[in-house]
Design a protein around this ligand. Structure first.
Ligand code: G1P
Length: 300
């Protein structure tokens, strides 16, 4: 790769979100909120913090909500302005800061994550770029996970893939990497497999949805045939890439919530509430009360 700083971020948002049906009949899973912001906004803010100014959303033709969300809402803005609701007006206006552009690409068929990333090829061009999976919400008091990785990629000139340890029995839900010994937060990857059974997994170091990738990945994706689940897997293209270029696993600082599952979304909501300026105290009291009441009931 090169040491060029990433400027473009790809958000694959074409999935059906079947785990959250019936809500996802009409609301894309990326639009499910944690407190008052949809999941996609957290991922977008992380990309912008990392230095990205071009956001590429790979969506499907039925999903308009994400595009509508980032579009200007003239009528709403006018109403808020007339009503003197300046605070709310600012919130609505600043889903994207000035100088950041959103580009929408349609993934015509649901052929997998790798295929979704390939759909962004023409817009990304020949430069390193980020991929963020908005289901994976990463909370950190310091710099966001992608900023940490973009800095690391700029220094190393290598692709960087976010990883974290998972329980050995969970390897079947993730891309799993085999690495050289870690130096600080980075360890060079020499093998990667998509969703191996625990007995076949090379480690319990799992890929989390943040990637800084060399543009060379597009050639690898074009040559990738459907893998696990009949889909074109990003993991398989990374496996081919690492035979040609350095690809590092990056142990980010922060807590990751798997908002693609019910319990992960609940956990994230609880954590953000407990860390929230105004909601922290009432949330704490409410949780204690709920636990107390349920505890009493359990004894009855
Ligand atoms: C995708 C990737 C997988 C990665 C995971 C992280 O899987 O294919 O390698 O570990 O995201 O969330 P998905 O969760 O979309 O099935």
């Amino acid at each position: 790769m090169t040491n060029k700083r990433i400027r473009k971020a790809v958000f694959p948002v074409a999935g059906l979100g079947t785990r959250f049906l019936p809500a996802t009949k009409t609301v894309p899973k990326e639009m499910l909120p944690i407190i008052d912001r949809p999941l996609i906004q957290y991922a977008v803010d992380e990309a912008i913090e990392a230095g990205c100014d071009t956001l590429v959303f790979v969506t499907n033709r039925y999903k308009h909500a994400v595009a509508d969300y980032f579009d200007k809402a003239y009528e709403l803005e006018q109403k808020l302005e007339r009503a003197g609701k300046t605070e709310q007006l600012e919130l609505v206006r600043h889903v994207l800061p000035e100088g950041v552009r959103a580009v929408f690409v349609t993934q015509a068929e649901a052929l997998g994550l790798g295929h979704a990333v390939l759909c962004a090829k023409e817009i990304v061009g020949d430069e390193p770029f980020a991929v963020l999976l908005p289901d994976d919400l990463i909370w950190n008091r310091g710099p966001g996970a992608l900023k940490q990785m973009a800095d690391a990629a700029q220094a190393s000139g290598a692709s960087e893939i976010a990883v974290q340890d998972v329980p050995p029995e969970s390897t079947g839900s993730y891309g799993i990497v085999a690495t050289e010994a870690f130096k600080g937060r980075e360890g060079r990857i020499h093998g990667i497999v998509e969703k191996p059974a625990p007995a076949e997994a090379p480690s319990n170091l799992a890929v989390v949805g943040r990637y800084v990738l060399s543009p060379r990945i597009f050639q690898q994706l074009e040559a990738t045939t459907p893998g696990a689940g009949g889909e074109i897997q990003l993991t398989d293209a990374i496996a081919a890439l690492l035979k040609e270029e350095a690809v590092n696993a990056y142990r980010f600082q922060g807590t990751r919530f798997d908002c693609g599952t019910h319990i992960g979304l609940i956990e994230a909501t609880i954590r953000y509430a407990l860390d929230h300026e105004k909601l922290s105290d009432p949330a704490r009291e409410m949780m204690q009360r709920a636990l107390g009441e349920l505890g009493v009931r359990d004894l009855e």
